[in-house]
Structure formats: structure tokens, C-alpha cells
Design a protein around this ligand. Sequence first.
Ligand SMILES: [Cu+2]
Length: 526
Amino acid sequence: MIRRDFMRLGALGLLTLTPLASIAMSKHHQGSGVDLKIRQLPEHLPLRQLPEIENLASGNVFKARLSVAATPVELTGPEKTQLWLYNNQITPLIQVTEGDHVEVQVDNHLHQPTTVHWHGLKVPNSEDGGPHDLIAPHQSRTYRFQVKPGDAGLHWFHPHPHAYLADQIAHSMAAAFLVKPYQDPMPALPSYLLMVTDLRLDAQGQVAPHTHVDWVNGREGDILLVNGQRNPKLELAPGSTLRLRMINACAGRYLRLALDKHTIQLIGTDGGYLEQPVELEELLLVPGQRCDMLIKLSHEPNQSFALQTLPYDRDWMGPRPAHYLTTETLMTLATNAATRAPAIALPQRLTEIKPLAEAEVHRLLELSEVMPGHAMSSMGHNQESTTSPQGHGGHSMHGNQGQHSPAGIMTGRPPIEFLINGESFTPGRIMFTGKVGQLEEWEVFNNSHMDHPFHIHGTHFQVVAEQDAAGAWQIPAYRAWRDTVNLLPNQRLKLRLVFNEPGEWMFHCHIIEHEELGMMASILVQ
Ligand SMILES: [Cu+2]
């Protein structure tokens, strides 16, 4: 551990949690009883399909009611875990076709405000469910938007209320939103949606409160779930070609995906299809991102193959969770004894992604962090010149009374800030102004020692250049539409994008705790 890290850990009170040596050397994890809870969860049950939210309309209209409520769920034994869920289901699914009109009434039965952010969908700004637009406790609101033709892909929805977000995500609030294309270039294949979440429970089987380590790093739960199940199993005929579409809905966990004895054909990202399949040995799926993959399963009958997440070090600070540097199995793919499935002809070209032209406006965004008593940001900010996280509660943007006031929920968070261009998120403060239809290029610079997954609302972007480990600019190997992209420590990326809808659009780190501790800002598009 270098001296700087030692001082930062000390300032955050992390040194008192564990002897110094074990912080530096070991993978000790926090809490007890956790391993027992995990072992009580059954494995290898048949993969559950995401429960579909019922459409109350027909034709090209999708209409539904969405309740948000504390729901007891039997996870680890007789004592039920209180999760906060949409329609009392773990990771349910809305399924529509491009061009459909969507109308969803949300009834907030929580004792705190929430919003529904339609992550990846290009909705009007008024329907984006951002932090400015809260649904108060025990109130309802209806979101209305059209899914534009051309916006097919796997998206999702989750809450976005500032100050309450981390707690709501830790209680499993997340759901999938699949937009089917009018015409799919892919043939019909066995196809599965996979939503990955994680949970950390206390000895009573309830969602454990956030620790300082969670706040600094982004919370990782010990219990890794796919569609609400621990290591479920999917069994197919040998030689099958299958399609897996995955959402990383975790607050802080990076998924470095690899399938035992197989390669992955990546065919799509956040914004839909790639132009052609890309064969990969492994794929990093960071919080907020989606991937669309084809797997050509082994011809061997009666075999099992683990879909794993390999160790990924995003420069963790403080005591590491037990799982942090181990390989974990997300789910198991198995071949049965059936006759070998016939080979399926796959299209060579899936779509066209036109490169975005030279930008009219260039912006620089710097992601940084401030530890207490340390001027970490190159923007010259220090503890005196920035607002403490507790100070944000004073803005009282939520107009919420009672025990769940923003000021109350902010207590217990460490005095660390994550910044964009030296600023911690302040409701109502606009960082940039832009124009509808204008071509923008954003150079995003991660001037910190941790990875940050960077997410932009209201549009998709293309990464046009990325810095390699030596700092040299490289053109990405393939073009893709994304709304979330990872930045390594000290890395710079150039993104091109166009906002086609006016309004104030958020951009932020999708490690939920970093976003909550300030790494969020907005652009006003006119
Ligand atoms: Cu971050």
C-alpha cells in the first residue's frame, strides 16, 4: 500500500475496520453469517424466465400498472427477506415492439420517494424519471412515451431518486425492458434474458445496511443472482446455438464474463445490434450495460459448462469482499442426451451503424474524487471548497417529511466526494448547454485511481477513440451504440453523440454509490 492510500483509508475510518496488514494483503470480507446464507440458496434449478408484466391494452399500445412496494421474499430460509420490488417480483420484464406507445402508472407504496428511469430508452425528458421528478411516498404518476422505430434492443428500468437510490438498488429494484424489432435479422433461436443482481443480507436475512466500504467502492453483494436465482441451470441439446441477453443491474459489481470451453459471439450492446458478430474469449459487462451474445454449444452430450465471472480488480479500497478476486459461476449451461441440434445459418451482417461525423462541439469531462483532507482533484478543489455530502440534504429537493428525510438518509455516509469537472452533483445546477441535433464529442477523462462506468441519459453514443495502457489513442475494434462505458483509471475516451430531445439530461457514474456521492451532472439541451 502506498502512503497516499494509507492516508485516504485512515481519513475514511477504514483502517479501524480491519488490521492494516489484512487490508493490504488479504481478501477478508465483512460480516458473518453471510456464507451460511449463500449456502442455503439452492443451485442448479432450471433457469427461471423473467416474469412478464401484463399488458392491459392491445395493438401497438402497452399499458400497465407498476406497484413499488416492500415485498417479503423467501430466499434463504423461513425468515423472509424484505425486498423492494416492482409488482412484487424480482426483476420482472416489460416486453414491447418498436413503435409501441407505452403508458405505465407507477404506484409508490414505499415510505420514501422514487422515480422510474427508463435506462437506454430515448424518451421525452419529462418521462425520463430523473432525480428532479420524484414520485412522493404513497403517490402515483403515469409515464407516457413512444418507443421510437429503430430503438429495438434490451433496455431496463430502475429508480433514480437522489439520496435514496443506493438503498433502493440494494433492495433489488430493477426490471428489464425488451424492445423487439419489427423484423429481426436473427433467426429464431433458443433465447434467454438474464438479469444479474446481487444482494447482501445480515444475520436476520434482511438487506444489510451500507458500510463505508460500500460507499467508497460501490456496493457488491455476496449473493450473486441471475433472474433471482443462484447459479441456475439451462439444459439444451448438444450443438445448439443459443442467444443470451444480459443486463448488469448490480450497484457496483463488474461482470467479466467467460463461458467454460466456449467462445462468445457478441452480437449487440446497449443500443442494439452490432454490424456483425464479434468473437470474444471474455466480455466485461459493467453496471448499467447490456450485452447480446450467441453461444454455439458443444457437441458433447451430458456436459456442464459454467458461465463465469472472472476476477476483475477495479482498484478496491479497504477490506475486500470474499468473492472479489475469485471466479464465480453465474449460471450453468448443460448439454443433455438428445440428438445433436442442427446447425443454424447465421446472418453475416446484422445492421448498419453509420459513424457519427466530426463534431460541432467538443467538451471535456473529468471524473475525479476527493478524500477528506486531500486535494485529489486536478481541478484544484479541496475539502474547504467543496460541499460535504451531508450538506446536500440541506437542499431538501424532495420536500419529504418524516424519518426518511434526505438529511437523515445521508448520515452515515463517509465524507468522500466523487466529482465531474470538480463539481459534486447539486440539483438544479447545469454543467453544459447544448442544442437539439448538434453533433457533440465528449472527451471523458478518468482522473482517479478507480474504474468508473460512465452513463449518459437521453441518447446513445459511439466510442470513437480510446486510450490504451500506454496512453496512445486507438480506434475501437468495432462500432457500437452504447449508453454506458467503462473508464479505466487515468484513461481517456472520446464519445460522439447527438441529443434529439430537448431537456435537462443527466450523465453520471453508474456505480450507484459514486453517483450518490456526487459523480453526476447534467446538460441542458435546447
Ligand atoms: Cu464511479
